[in-house]
Design a protein around this ligand. Structure first.
Ligand code: SAM
Ligand code: SF4
Length: 455
């Protein structure tokens, strides 16, 4: 996050856990606090305000927060001992929403707890935070109030940016806390999204990633009061001068309309990449997860997509060790992965989340079995990802250069399929989209060479 406020006198450290939506929220919290004189710092040490923007999706993610609070408490004492004043500790994000009361009981060092739909009130809450009289818990559920309060003016830190267009979820997958922490599905109005996108584009952003828990269910209102759709929103965004690339995440298979598939084929700004989680390849497990679609429907959807957009790369999320998952169910997941072919994927061991229906289901899977399945699944995905990258060697692809590389004049950019691409002597091209010949494959990246005209 870049910092320009010259009058800034206080240090703000934000630690972000979890998904891209939290990354977006952290940037917006920094935007909100800048006028109060807070400048972002990479270090928690010596900070006047530390914000932990938390994730509740898996147990480990939530536990990390409590150990971080322990570390911060020590830093706070040291800061005070140095006579540098007090460090305010605030917890934001989904743990704050789900466990607000518990945090305050378990971690009295925390000054303020603020949920993901209430952080626009941070300036006021921080200003009032004194341990004696401040309101310590804010966890209202009104995303519309939040977006009304946030400025559409954005600070940018490079040619790519996230933009939240939809929040919450009504799908209630039996393993997932999102419907409880982020609330009901809600889409931002089109006009406010376009305004924010214009602000980003005017500051050099060339690629935006539209964010939502179920982003392809986007149905925000147009100025005339009509409901829009994600493809229509992307069409309007692609007409903004300078915005050349659009991505969106995360999508649900049931909201993958023909109109959206056509947008991939017809709107050149829409990147040929789709993150479409399926979670499992077993119909029995999909039913128990309440995913509301079967294995075959997903496979047919992918076939329709590939027919319309032959160069599309797919990504997904998988959960192994869901209650009741047998070796046969797991093998069906592996078989689905072989059938679909992924360019990348996120995979997780099922984590029991209190209050979700799956937590009470019989047949919880042994940890060692889940570990072994996760390893096997990741090895298969890795093989597919490497094969896809290898298929690009020798091709010339468009790369958006994003930031300096590891040394010298090297720069790192993004392929249309979201790979990191390293190229020598490209530092002068940061912020531009240029053709790059792929000459090699790294573990998580591609190695490219500039065409002579750009070198
Ligand atoms: N809305 C998106 C969807 O439907 O795919 C994703 C939301 S969630 C933030 C991201 C991923 O976390 C899910 O796709 C799922 O794979 C994983 N996840 C959610 N709850 C989980 C749990 N209890 N245990 C393990 N993984 C979980
Ligand atoms: Fe969670 Fe399912 Fe909603 Fe995704 S669709 S956020 S996994 S409940």
């Amino acid at each position: 996050m870049s910092e320009t406020a010259s009058a800034a006198s206080k240090k703000l450290h934000i630690k972000t856990y979890g998904c891209q939506m939290n990354v977006y929220d952290s940037e917006r919290m920094a935007d909100l606090l800048r006028p109060l004189g807070y400048a972002v710092s990479d270090q928690a040490e010596g900070a006047d305000l530390v914000l932990l923007n938390t994730c509740h999706i898996r147990e480990k993610a939530a536990e990390k927060v409590y150990s971080e609070i322990g570390r911060l408490k020590v830093m706070r004492q040291e800061k005070e001992a140095r006579g540098e004043g007090r460090m305010t500790i605030a917890v934001a994000g989904c743990v704050a929403q789900a466990e607000g009361e518990e945090i305050m009981n378990r971690a009295p060092a925390v000054d303020l707890v603020v949920g993901p739909q209430a952080y626009h009130q941070l300036p006021e809450l921080i200003a009032r935070t004194t341990r004696a009289k401040g309101e310590r818990l804010k966890a209202d559920f009104a995303p519309e109030d939040k977006f009304d309060a946030l400025s559409t003016e954005r600070q940018v830190s490079g040619p790519t940016a996230f933009l939240t267009v939809q929040e919450g979820c009504d799908k209630f997958c039996t393993f997932c806390v999102v419907p409880y922490t982020r609330g009901a599905e809600w889409s931002r109005p089109v006009a406010s999204i376009l305004e924010e996108a214009r602000s980003l584009a005017s500051k050099g952003v060339r690629e935006i990633t539209l964010l939502g828990q179920n982003v392809n269910a986007y149905n925000g209102l147009e100025v005339d009061g009509q409901e829009s759709t994600l493809p229509r929103l992307m069409q309007a965004l692609s007409e903004i001068e300078g915005l050349d690339r659009i991505r969106y995440t995360t999508s649900h298979p049931n909201d993958m309309t023909d109109e959206l598939i056509r947008a991939h084929a017809e709107n050149p700004a829409v990147m040929p990449y789709l993150h479409l989680p399926v979670q499992s390849g077993s119909d029995k497990i999909l039913r128990a997860m309440n995913r509301k679609h079967g294995r075959q429907a997903y496979i047919e959807l992918i076939a329709r997509l590939k027919a319309a957009v032959p160069n599309i790369a797919l990504s997904g999320d998988f959960i192994v060790g869901f209650p009741g998952e047998t070796d046969k169910d797991f093998e069906e997941t592996m078989d689905l992965i072989r059938t679909v072919g992924y360019a990348s994927a996120f995979s997780f061991k099922y984590s029991k989340r209190p209050g979700t229906p799956a937590a009470a289901m019989p047949g919880q899977v042994d940890e060692a079995v889940a570990d072994a399945r996760l390893q096997a699944l990741q090895a298969l995905i890795n093989e597919q990802a490497q094969a896809f990258k290898a298929s690009l060697v020798g091709q010339t692809i468009d790369v958006l250069f994003e930031k300096p590389g590891r040394y010298g004049q090297q720069a790192v950019g993004r392929s249309p399929w979201l790979h990191a691409v390293f190229a020598e002597d490209a530092a002068h091209l940061i912020g531009q989209i240029v053709p790059v010949k792929i000459v090699g494959v790294g573990n998580n990246s591609l190695i490219g060479e500039l065409e002579k005209v750009h070198a």
